[in-house]
Design a binder for this molecule. Structure first.
Ligand code: AFD
Ligand code: MN
Ligand code: MN
Length: 397
């Protein structure tokens, strides 16, 4: 069926659900997805890093690639940075100016608290006071960088934990982490937030100091109103109901934002929605429901992936398209029919409403949205035709 006809059919389907396609288009145009600087550089596993031709080698090249993704998708205006990886060959001011000259802005500031030998037994949770001080200094320096970049989000992930029973006092570790996070919270300006990320395991294998959403929530509450929970989709035990955690955190006004990726087994950092597309839809359903059905709950939507095998920029564009499609599907859900089915406790009817939305083919809609934004309807095809990959493989050899 031609795209135009498909769009017409979709428009009447949505009208039948009481949904105005124009409103859906506006919501999609207003979406903002942050890409991570580190996903444009070479990455690997603890077994090997398979270098890629053209991979970004410094902050300028990372920002160039992020700018390319933004130009093709129209919804990626900000770039998350990692303090020790991105402010090396350029000062903060230079990197900020670079970003803006390329039509993007620096987004969340990620302190780097896990790759220096002092952190062998942890950063702010370490039993070694020198390590704790070094980590706290780095966190406070990261807040200074936020000011310089006009960034509103400090995205804190601690690799802290222990590998063996008895290695350290688990309650003392909790006190150390809380005490130092509170100091960071005290350094934030009123319009800043610290997003406390949790992770089930890795690199610590016996206990992780911020290991689940409850611990992150607890530490945020001990810090104050500028601390919220960051949900990384790859950071849960298998079988966790992530959409339920998202719903609960929203309801407590404690959801700080997302790191989008996909996993099959652990923190695989795979392309978001590549493994569990329905789970990702159910998460977006909570975000759209919480915003009343016509938009998404207002938190930073950040990608956190490492593309070890796929082409880095292609994988990033694919990830952005997956997020857009999933958001569009959640916007196409007939919320009145769902509420009515729930009211009647008609499980089958409620499920069919969910499935109708999930199986709605929103690609013609997104093609039209992109054309209305002055973009190619298929950003991945546009990237492949652009010659950008050949250019960077040549210039970065
Ligand atoms: C790793 C960690 C965590 C963190 C990210 C960026 O598991 O997700 O947010 O690196 O530092 O993926
Ligand atoms: Mn993450
Ligand atoms: Mn991770």
């Amino acid at each position: 069926m031609a795209e135009k006809d498909a769009l017409k059919v979709l428009e009447s389907t949505l009208a039948g659900r009481g949904i105005d396609i124009k409103a859906v288009k506006e919501a999609l145009k207003g979406q903002a997805i942050e890409t991570p600087s580190w996903a444009y550089a070479n990455s690997g596993t603890r077994f090997h890093t398979f270098g890629q031709a053209g991979a970004a080698r410094n902050i300028l090249e990372k920002l160039e690639d992020a700018s390319c993704v933004h130009k093709l998708t129209g919804v990626c205006p900000t770039v998350a940075v990692h303090v020790l990886w991105d402010f090396v060959d350029k000062t903060v001011a230079e990197a900020k100016a670079c970003a803006e000259s390329l039509g993007v802005k620096i987004g969340a500031i990620n302190p780097t608290l896990f790759e220096q030998s002092e952190y062998k037994f942890g950063s702010i949770g370490s039993p070694d006071a020198r390590a704790r001080q070094k980590a706290l200094d780095h966190l406070l320096y990261s807040v200074d960088i936020m000011r310089e970049c006009d960034s509103k989000f400090l995205s804190i992930w601690l690799a802290d934990g222990t590998n063996y029973p008895g290695q350290d006092d688990l309650r003392q570790r909790k006190h150390r982490v809380a005490e130092n996070l509170q100091k960071v919270h005290g350094a934030l300006d009123d319009d800043m937030q610290m997003l406390v990320e949790y992770k089930f395991f890795e690199p610590a294998f016996y206990s992780t100091d911020i290991g689940d959403w409850g611990m992150a929530y607890l530490f945020c509450k001990k810090c104050g109103p500028k601390a919220k929970v960051l949900v990384d989709l790859g950071h849960h035990p298998l079988g966790t109901n992530i959409e339920q955690i998202v719903a609960l955190l929203i309801d407590e006004d404690m959801l700080g934002g997302f790191h989008f990726n996909s996993k099959k087994y652990a923190d695989d950092d795979l392309t978001v929605a590549s493994v569990q597309p329905y789970e990702f839809f159910l998460i977006f359903n909570e975000l759209v429901a919480a915003a009343g059905g016509g938009s998404a709950y207002d938190v930073p939507y950040m990608i956190d992936q490492s593309h070890n095998l796929k082409g880095k920029i292609e994988a990033m564009i694919q990830s952005v398209m997956n997020i857009q499609e999933t958001y569009a599907k959640a916007l196409c859900l007939d919320r009145k029919a769902l509420a009515a089915a729930q009211q009647k406790m008609d499980i089958i009817a409620a499920e069919s409403v969910m499935k109708d939305a999930f199986f709605t083919d929103v690609r013609p809609l997104l093609g039209a949205v992109r054309e209305e934004m002055g973009l190619a309807p298929d950003p991945l095809a546009a990237y492949r035709e652009s010659g950008y990959q050949g250019k960077i493989e040549k210039s970065r050899s």
